[in-house]
Design a protein. Sequence first.
Length: 450
Amino acid sequence: MRLAIIGLLALGAVPAHAGDARDGSAAYGGWRDDRPGLTRHITEADLPAPGTQTVASNGARVVPCPPGFSPRVPPGFAVDRVATGFLEPRTLRTAPDGAIFLAESGAGRILVFPPDFATTGGAPSVFAEGLDQPYGIAFFPPGPAPAFVYVGESGRVLRFPYHPGARRAAGPAEVIIADLPQGGHWTRDLAAAPDGRHLYVAIGSASNLGEDMPPTPPGGLAAFAAAEGEATPWGGAWGAETGRAQVRVFDPDGRHAHAYATGLRNCSGLAISPGSGAPQGGDLWCVVNERDMLGDDLPPDYATHLKPGGFYGWPWFYIGDHQDPRLAGRRPDLAGHVTVPDVLFQPHSAPLGVAFYLSGNFPAEYHGDAFVTLHGSWNRTLRTGYKLVRLLFHDGAPTGAYQDFLTGFALDDDHVCGRPVGVTVTKEGAVLISEDANGAIWRVRWAGGG
């Protein structure tokens, strides 16, 4: 696969619109409403009733971006397509030395770019190859001199010895966890706790709604619930979903693995916030693809910090105590124990990547906010997603609102030319986005101006 490192500068800024804030039912909408600066705020109270929604199958047709195309970004920003030619580029991570790591999942390898590749055209090096759908990347221990790069494959977690500045693994892979469940949702993102004592791995469900999970667990629900109540968290699944739809935490050498949070249908992206709410010094955040086939506007996808022991509903409930009518009465013991997420997205947006902005390059109001990639919908009449959004925080706490930041990949009702996946902040403070529709990396930088 030929990789092209390009320097196509395109100023894609669009004017701001006064009063671009939508809440309640007006916040649902679709791609036609998208524009940088438009803010949406969806709450638990805004959810429509199940059974009132159209259920659509409306996959987008991926096409090359038109000549001269540029995504739209807010005034003062510039957007560049800086690299192309990748096979299913997914997670992006910035190493402590500024190098950019990319999980090229379709090619089974991890690539490393020089810190200044976006401006100099530097080509990537192959850090590791021969991998099975690599996705998650974590540097350990956290800090300026990590000794390992952890990689989440579909069925395993590996670690490679690493020296800062190295462009290839310093030795062969060591298998840390050998038996992650496979099939269904295959992405396995990773995050390292700031104190260096734990690593987290996200494991999505095997299905949309636990279709291959027996209605009751072996030994009966009462015995299962009683045993589960002796440990945390509640809400674990069984059968084909055993150990799935959750984030697990383990020691750096793979021991003492256990569930950290459950009921997460497909947590595709993990990040540690700059806040100090968690014992580790920062909250663990997760972006989640919720279930399909319940309707155009049900249920919202979401981003949330994860409470240790928290249960987030899947498959029996969604967004608090809203029971999925397809599983009515299955887990009454869990009612009242469902954690409501922090930020609700338009349903079927498919959030995949999340990164907090801690640089001083963007205007000051961006500091401490987070960027989330929305890969795009198929189970919605009027598609949504295909963009990068900004989660709005105030004094370190999420407001529940999110704002369009980079839009334009949805060309019309049928065609798209970009599906954002990974996101990272470079050492100089630009934002990089991978998109796997046409295998490219885009950069957004602050160019100044009003």
